[in-house]
Structures are given as C-alpha cells and as structure tokens.
Design a binder for this molecule. Structure first.
Ligand SMILES: [Zn+2]
Length: 165
C-alpha cells in the first residue's frame, strides 16, 4: 500500500463533535466530506460514525475511549483551528491535496460544481467579479464560491508552524 500517490485509498470522511464546528468547516474547505451535527448526543455521534464509516473527531476523552469508535476516532487535543487541522493530518497521516480544496461547501458539505463566470455576475460583489476567474456553485445550497481568501487562509494555516486560531 503506497502513501506516495494517495490514489489507492479513498479520502477519509469525517464526523465532528459539537466542539469542533470550525474544524469541520476547514476540513470541508480543503475538500474533506465532513458531517457536523450541532446538538448530537454522544450515542448519536457513535452511531453515525459507525453507520457512515466516518472518522469521529472529538475533544471528549471519554467519547474517544468508547469501544465502538476504536480505530475510527481522532481525539483532538490541540487548541486553535489551524493547529487542530494539522493534528488531524498528522495523526491520520494525510497530506492535503490542494486540487481538492475548493471542492466542497463549507456551509452544507455538498460538492461545489464549476460555474461559468457569466452566470454568477449578479450573485457576487463586483470587485470579486472583476478580479476572479474561477467560480463554483454549491450543488446543495446554491451558494457561489470563488477561490479567494477562505481557501488561501486555511492552506496558509496548514503550512504554518505557528499557532493560529
Ligand atoms: Zn452548500
């Protein structure tokens, strides 16, 4: 099994507990399918993790210790979203594929489809329309995205060694 290309294994899917909503958004921004259930109980989280084969991300030590989620749980100890994202990448031996960034809606987790520039003009600020070339539309909620500051910010935090929020 080679880790060099990352093509043999499908990308892992995640489930974030209620303490990790911002981490869930950042994982989506870099392309990972991540479910965030705002007010899920521990039992619900365990069930969804097992049923949907998702890696449970939690800051709750006792939840991370549950037998049902052994081997499919990442106990997040870092503070600050940038540091947490780096911890998840490190613990699971993942590397960010920058071509995956900008492929998933940070708000609803649906896939972002390419949108023709001519179809988004009335939906984005005119400055953005003038300065950006690549646009996408969320297949789920219809929001328009462009490869601007959000993704850059997350990628920068990933490459940074410093603590960031
Ligand atoms: Zn969406």
């Amino acid at each position: 099994m080679s880790k060099l290309t990352g093509e043999e294994q499908p990308a892992p899917r995640f489930l974030a507990d209620c303490m990790l909503g911002k981490l869930a958004k950042w994982l989506r921004l870099v392309g990972y399918d991540t479910v965030f259930i705002h007010d899920a109980t521990d039992d619900q989280l365990v069930r969804v993790s097992v049923r949907e084969n998702r890696i449970l991300l939690t800051k709750d030590h006792s939840l991370a210790e549950r037998r049902m989620v052994r081997g499919r749980c990442c106990f997040v100890t870092e503070e600050g979203t940038g540091a947490q994202l780096r911890q998840v990448m490190r613990d699971l031996d993942l590397r960010i594929d920058e071509s995956m960034a900008f492929s998933r809606c940070p708000v609803c987790n649906s896939e972002i489809e390419q949108a023709l520039k001519s179809t988004v003009e009335e939906h984005v600020p005119s400055y953005v329309y003038r300065t950006q070339e690549q646009f996408g539309r969320c297949a789920g909620c219809g929001r328009i995205y462009w490869k601007g500051t959000h993704v850059e910010h997350v990628l920068q935090a990933l490459h940074s060694r410093k603590k960031s929020t």
